[in-house]
Design a protein around this ligand. Structure first.
Ligand SMILES: Cc1ncc(COP(=O)(O)O)c(C=O)c1O
Length: 401
């Protein structure tokens, strides 16, 4: 009969974004010329100044276990960053450095959620949130949004959802957002925060795309709204996206001592500290990486303008202008409804585009956004141009047979 898999493990679905990426990579390895719009990481190299700091850490034999929460020098650097960029006063002891923001979120959810607690998640959402909530035996509650509201929730909708629940515990807010690229304004955040305070809801604010924001927009951390909101917020951030450091694995959670301390205990029995070399490299990133961010951001903005402009020229495709991150999410429902080849949903459309036209995009279904697909523009302009031609050809053929 064999060993039974736990109900928890059975409930976890494989990440569809990674599935698309790995199939595209596999096709590439087989010599097939695939244009990959599925990637969730910057296509730039980690800046030299950061790599130098890592080399020095190795040469200095800085290779042992550190404090679980991260070396104090790093936590002081993060605390200074939170003051500088987000106008937050955060004691270094109220910061937990984890192996990636992904891990930070899981440790925080493990700390605050009891079985059957409810965690509110605006939809479309980053693929991992729902699985992470399920992993701690809590329930994800999706708050649907539409293109007309730029995929943002509003306070009224949030309040109505909270009232209808039996054990609402937390809201996971992600601005700038993956997959929609939407960015909440200060006023919108104030209204959302007010509702969370009224019902004692913890805000888990995932700000990992903070530095990738366009059109001169400003990132506002919801924690900076007031001391009361700060005490109800766990801010999540990291170095992956801002400094092209996805493989180095460092994220952090900052917020109320009580939560951070318990999350640290959980981390101490699971992953322990973050790689010691990465910690030193991240100090350099946070102190000296600003110049490289500017160059990356300006390149991303150029690509975004081109990609979204071209997408909106394709007949019956509509795409909002994403204000941040490096994703665009066009509405493809016309092609789902009118194709002549039996494609019924975004997953089948993406399979068709990948297999027949060698262009990899992620189905909106992965993000709770059926009718849409996600493009990542973390790929060079040449690829974007070529990939768009293939995409348009694929769509055209799907309705013409
Ligand atoms: C919204 C969001 N949060 C968190 C992460 C994870 O970041 P990290 O590499 O720090 O684990 C990602 C990565 O794709 C993301 O898109």
């Amino acid at each position: 009969m064999g060993i039974q898999i736990s109900h928890r493990a059975k409930a976890i679905k494989p990440s569809p974004t990674l599935m698309v990426s790995s199939l595209a990579k596999q096709m590439k390895a087989e010599g097939i010329d695939v244009i990959n719009f599925g990637v969730g990481e910057p296509d730039f190299n980690t800046p030299e100044v950061i790599k130098d700091a890592a080399r020095k850490a190795i040469d200095d034999n800085f290779t042992r276990y550190t404090n679980t929460a991260g070396i104090i020098e790093l936590r002081e650097t993060i605390s200074a960053k939170l003051k500088r960029d987000n106008n937050l006063d955060c004691d270094p002891n109220d910061i937990l450095v984890s192996p990636g923001a992904k891990a930070s979120i899981v440790f925080v959810l493990m700390t605050v959620c009891d079985p059957r607690d409810e965690v509110l998640i605006p939809s479309p959402y980053w693929v991992s949130y729902t699985s992470q909530v399920e992993m701690v035996d809590a329930f994800p509650v999706l708050l649907p949004t539409t293109m007309s509201s730029n995929f943002k929730i509003n306070a009224k909708q949030l309040e109505e959802a909270i009232i209808s629940l039996s054990s609402p515990k937390a809201l996971i807010l992600n601005s700038p957002n993956n997959p929609t690229g939407s960015v909440y304004t200060k006023k919108e955040l104030e209204e959302i925060a007010k509702v969370c305070m009224k019902y004692n809801i913890l805000i888990i604010s995932d700000e990992i795309y903070e530095k990738l924001i366009y059109d001169g927009e400003e990132h506002v951390s919801i924690a900076s709204i007031s001391n009361e909101v700060c005490e109800h917020t766990i801010l999540i951030n990291g170095v992956s996206k801002a400094y092209a450091m996805t493989g180095w694995r460092l994220g952090y959670a900052a917020g109320p001592s009580k939560i951070i301390k318990c999350a640290g205990r959980i981390q101490s029995h699971t992953t322990s500290c973050v790689n010691s070399i990465t910690q030193k490299a991240s100090i350099a990133a946070l102190n000296e990486g600003e110049e490289s961010i500017k160059a990356m951001r300006s390149e991303f903005e150029k690509r975004r303008n081109f990609l979204v402009g071209e997408l909106n020229k394709i007949p019956n495709i509509k795409c909002c202008i994403p204000k941040g991150a490096f994703y665009a999410m066009p509405n493809v429902s016309y092609y789902l409804q009118n194709n002549k080849i039996g494609i019924k949903d975004s997953i089948e459309l993406c399979e068709y585009l990948l297999k027949k036209f060698k262009v990899a995009v992620v189905p909106g279904a992965a993000f709770g956004a059926e009718g849409f697909i996600r493009f990542s523009y973390a790929t060079g302009m040449g690829n974007i141009k070529k990939g768009l031609q293939r995409f348009e050809k694929g769509l055209k053929e799907s309705i013409s047979r």
